[in-house]
Structure formats: structure tokens, C-alpha cells
Design a protein around this ligand. Structure first.
Ligand code: ME8
Ligand code: MG
Length: 509
């Protein structure tokens, strides 16, 4: 039986257009999903949209449409961005769909029946843009009570609600984090969460009065309440698997274990609330919560609420989907913050994609046309190449399994650069001039086979470029039909007719 892999992104709020930050998490998840599929695993890649709550009701109101109509439209913005970025999700879930709504209601019912929910008065300070209720102790400055996340003023409120007590689970959670080193990553985030768990946890208010927040999932045991949007949204990771009876739940949650990719902005919700909700339901925690860093613009987090977003649709239009994917995956180590600028993007495109990769492919195919009549000459890969190939495949696998995606790309570029160096060193044009036909053929064969390996390795990260290289080398069956690592060991067939194309990544001037 094959291994399983379950990866999720956050469900993005539909109150505004998607921006580069949303593209980031989703591209990471896509690269991981593709790599695991390419290695024969059965993959479930989940993404979707978070559609309830005040923020969305407000956005809909501003446009004069119902929240549902607004959400239908806005959810589509995300889907079409994912199509233009080559995102290969298996399931796109919306929190307004019946399957999800049913699971949320069932979870509330279960918790209510076991006495885990308690009624009380909720006093809080609410930040509408962040959809976050803060308690007194969250404010660094208790006088101003500015939202700790976005620094905007919050509103005091008091209401009758239902609560889940978190404090009884705190000791368990600390112990769990300490005994499961890959549960919360990177280490800096794990320490941050352990810090949050140093003091008593206030109860989590899981409902909202319907008269204040009508746009939400109705609570099964109170006609006056709807579900708090975060409680609703987190449960998507289960509802998409058809919890509790679905085969997908068995396969993805119980067997594989979830990898939740998130930004560090929502670490508390995922690493404190979510494991405790699951613990109350007697469900195992996810395998890994990885909180990556932020893309910053002029030193500030790029965000909808700040209005300083980079539009990924425009970037893809100008530079292409693979260029953006490459930049996002390569430019910063996963976990650290990155600074987005068009000049940094262009630098990466010109140096790595146009110069190193594009040039390698273009000049190699030109030489195959010129010196081998556009066919793969006879030859075989060198032993040295085979050893290096195995080592690099190992390095990529290790990098992917530890979520060090930039390291995986660096390993591929070692191979690309070595292939470029081999052209300089073995100077095929000299071999052609001096009539060393056999030497020339065997060099061109090895070069073509190195490029074949590049296409296979690149596919999870730059799917379009990988497929193009593959076709240029004359393969008919799409590159994604090859399973690694075994496909690496099937050298390119001599005699295969190549189909050279224009440079993959033209230099940007
Ligand atoms: O928080 N840099 O949705 P959201 C990097 N609906 N990543 C960024 C980013 C940035 N500047 N800005 C956003 C929500 N992201 C909830 C989630 S999950 C059950 C519910 C990415 O639309 C990053 O993944 O505000 C971040 O965690 C997410 O978008 C927040 O998206
Ligand atoms: Mg946000």
C-alpha cells in the first residue's frame, strides 16, 4: 500500500481579492503535493475559502449584495488565481457548503452533549478587520487596547455566549508539544507557542449572538446563536475528509497525519485552539503545523487590511506562473520573512531562470540540432553522473521532508550549474571542429540526459517549464506520468527526435 500525504492551506477570507501572501502558502502546498505524488504517494491537497463572519458580511453589505452572493463571487477569485498558478488541489472547500456546515453542527452537538460547552457572559475587545476577539491580557498596552495584530483600535463588547474551556487541556498540550518535536515548526514558532502556554488560557468563546452576527452557521442547541467564524473554519480540515465516518478521514487524518501550512499570523488559532478542540473531541492532533513567515512591503506585513498588497494575477501575467512560483519558493527559507520587490523578482528570473536554466536548455538543444541532426545521439550516462544524481535525489527528498524547499531548489541548481560547466569544460564546438564525432556524440548524449533529469526534478516546482523541457527532448508521454526515483534510472532513448523551442525564460531588461 502506498504512503499517504495530507497537506492543507488556511481557508482564505473572501472579503477581498487574493494577494501574494495567499499565493505563497498555496504554492508551497502545491509543490509539496506534486513532489509526493511524483514519488508515488496518495496525496490529498486541501484548500478553500472561509466565508462566514462579520468581515464578510460587511464587505457584502458595502457592495449591496447578500453575503452568500458575495462569497460565491469572491471564492471564484481564488479558484481562478489557483488555475493561473497551476495549483493542483484535490479539494476546494467552502465553509458555506452543506457538507462542512453539517460537520460543524455535529461537532458542536458532540461537545454540548458531553458537557464541554458552558454558557456565560463574554466580555471582549473585538478587532473587526482581524475577526479576532482579544481579552484584557492580550494587550501589550491595556490603556489603548489596540489590536495586538494590526494595531488598530478595538471595540469593547459584552454578550451571552457558549464557551469551551481551554485551561483543562493546557498541561496536556505543553506535554504534547514537548514530546513531538515536529508538531509545531519552525522551532522559533514552537517556542512562541510554549510561551503562550505559560499562563492560564482564557476560555474560547465558540458562538456569537445571531442578532449581532447573523452570517454564520446556526448552533444546533440554540436558535439565538451562530458559530464563531474561527471555530467554524478550523473544522474544515475534518469536514473535507468526511469526518467521522469517511474513508478519507481514516486515510488522511489517522494514517498520514495532516500537515497544516499557515502563516505565522494564525499560529495561536492553529497551535493552541485547534489541538485543544481536537483533544476535547478525542481526535489526534495534526502531524505538523508549519507557520511560515510574512512577505513584507516597505517593512510591513502585506495584508488586505493594510491595502498594500501585491497582486499575483498581475505578476503572473507579466512574468509567468513558473517565475512567480520559483521566486516564492527559492527566495526565502521557509519560516523567514521575505521582502517582495519587482527588482528582486527580476534579478531571480534573470540569474537563475534565464541564465542558468534557460540557457542550459537552449544551447544544449541548439547543439543537438546542429551536431546531431536534431536527434539524441547514441551514448549512455556516466557513472559519475549516476552517483551525483542519486545524491541529489536524496538531498531533494530530505529537503522536502523537512520543508526546506529552497534547499531542494538549490540542489537542483547544483546539477544545472554542473551541466553548464561541463559544456564550457568539454567544449563540444572544439570536438565538432576537430572531427571527434564519437566523443562529441557521447558528450551530447550525456548532456541531453542531464537535462531530462532536470525536467523530472523541476516538475513539482516549475510544472510548465518542466513539461516544456520534456517535450523539447522529444518525450510524448507527459512528464507527470513518471514516478521518481525509478524514472531517473531510465536514460533518454538514443535516436529520439528533439523539438527545440524558443528560450524558456527570456531575459528581462
Ligand atoms: O486568516 N505573507 O484568512 P486570511 C505571507 N480565514 N503569507 C500571508 C501573508 C503575507 N503577508 N498574508 C496572508 C485567515 N498570508 C483565516 C484562516 S484557516 C482555518 C482560517 C497567508 O485570508 C498566510 O497563509 O487572512 C496566512 O496565514 C493566511 O494567508 C491568512 O489568510
Ligand atoms: Mg488575515
Amino acid at each position: 500500500m502506498s504512503e499517504s500525504f495530507y497537506v492543507t492551506t488556511p481557508l482564505y477570507y473572501v472579503n477581498a481579492q487574493p494577494h501574494l501572501g495567499h499565493a505563497y502558502t498555496t504554492v508551497i502546498a502545491d509543490a509539496l503535493a506534486r513532489w509526493h505524488r511524483q514519488h508515488g504517494e496518495s496525496v490529498f491537497f486541501l484548500t478553500g475559502t472561509d466565508e462566514h463572519g462579520e468581515k464578510i458580511a460587511q464587505a457584502a453589505h458595502a457592495q449591496g449584495v447578500s453575503p452568500q452572493t458575495f462569497a460565491d463571487r469572491a471564492s471564484q477569485w481564488f479558484r481562478s488565481l489557483w488555475a493561473s498558478l497551476g495549483i493542483s488541489y484535490d479539494r476546494f472547500i467552502r465553509t458555506t457548503e452543506p457538507q462542512h456546515v453539517e460537520v460543524v453542527r455535529k461537532v458542536l452537538e458532540v461537545l454540548h452533549n458531553q458537557g464541554a460547552l458552558r454558557r456565560g457572559t463574554y466580555i471582549f475587545w473585538y478587532c473587526v478587520p482581524c475577526e479576532t476577539a482579544w481579552s484584557e491580557s492580550d494587550f501589550p498596552d491595556p490603556h489603548t487596547r489596540l489590536c495586538p495584530s494590526c494595531q488598530r483600535p478595538t471595540d469593547r463588547a459584552e454578550e451571552d455566549d457558549y464557551f469551551l474551556d481551554l485551561e483543562p487541556h493546557r498541561a496536556w498540550l505543553i506535554e504534547y508539544i514537548e514530546t513531538h518535536p515536529s508538531f509545531i515548526l519552525p522551532v522559533s514558532r514552537r517556542n512562541e507557542v510554549l510561551g503562550m502556554l505559560k499562563k492560564a488560557l482564557p476560555p474560547l468563546c465558540v458562538t456569537r449572538p445571531k442578532d449581532r452576527v447573523p452570517w454564520g452557521i446556526e448552533v444546533p442547541f440554540s436558535s439565538k446563536h451562530v458559530t464563531y467564524v474561527w471555530f467554524d473554519a478550523l473544522l474544515n480540515y475534518l469536514s473535507a475528509l468526511d469526518w467521522p465516518d469517511g474513508a478519507a478521514f481514516q486515510e488522511c487524518w489517522q494514517k498520514a497525519g495532516a500537515i497544516h501550512l499557515i502563516g505565522k499570523d494564525i499560529i495561536r488559532h492553529h497551535a493552541v485552539y485547534w489541538p485543544i478542540i481536537l483533544h476535547a473531541l478525542k481526535i489526534e492532533p495534526p502531524k505538523t503545523i508549519f507557520a511560515h513567515g510574512w512577505w513584507l512591503v516597505e517593512g510591513e506585513k502585506m495584508s488586505k487590511s493594510k491595502g498594500n498588497m501585491v497582486d499575483p494575477v498581475a505578476v503572473v501575467k507579466t512574468y509567468g506562473m513558473d517565475a512567480l512560483r520559483y521566486f516564492l519558493l527559492r527566495d526565502v527559507p521557509l519560516g523567514e520573512d521575505g521582502i517582495f520587490s519587482e527588482s528582486a523578482l527580476i534579478r531571480r528570473i534573470n540569474a537563475d531562470l534565464a541564465n542558468d536554466l534557460g540557457n542550459l536548455v537552449y544551447r544544449s538543444l541548439s547543439m543537438l540540432e546542429k551536431h546531431a541532426h536534431g536527434r539524441i545521439p547514441s551514448g549512455r550516462p556516466s557513472e559519475e553522473d549516476r552517483h551525483r544524481m542519486d545524491a541529489i535525489e536524496h538531498a531533494i527528498a530530505l529537503a522536502i521532508r523537512t520543508l526546506a524547499i529552497d534547499e531542494a531548489l538549490k540542489a537542483i541548481w547544483d546539477w544545472v550549474n554542473q551541466a553548464n560547466r561541463s559544456i564550457e569544460e568539454e567544449a563540444p564546438w572544439e570536438l565538432a571542429r576537430s572531427g571527434h564525432k564519437e566523443k562529441l556524440d557521447s558528450f551530447l548524449y550525456r548532456l541531453a540526459d542531464r537535462i531530462r533529469v532536470v525536467a523530472l526534478w523541476l516538475w513539482p516546482f516549475l510544472p510548465k517549464a518542466a513539461q516544456s523541457i520534456w517535450e523539447q527532448l522529444g518525450f510524448e508521454i507527459p512528464v507527470d506520468r513518471s514516478l521518481l526515483p525509478s524514472a531517473l534510472d531510465h536514460p533518454i532513448p538514443p535516436g529520439q527526435k528533439i523539438r527545440k523551442a524558443p528560450p524558456l525564460f527570456p531575459r528581462i531588461v
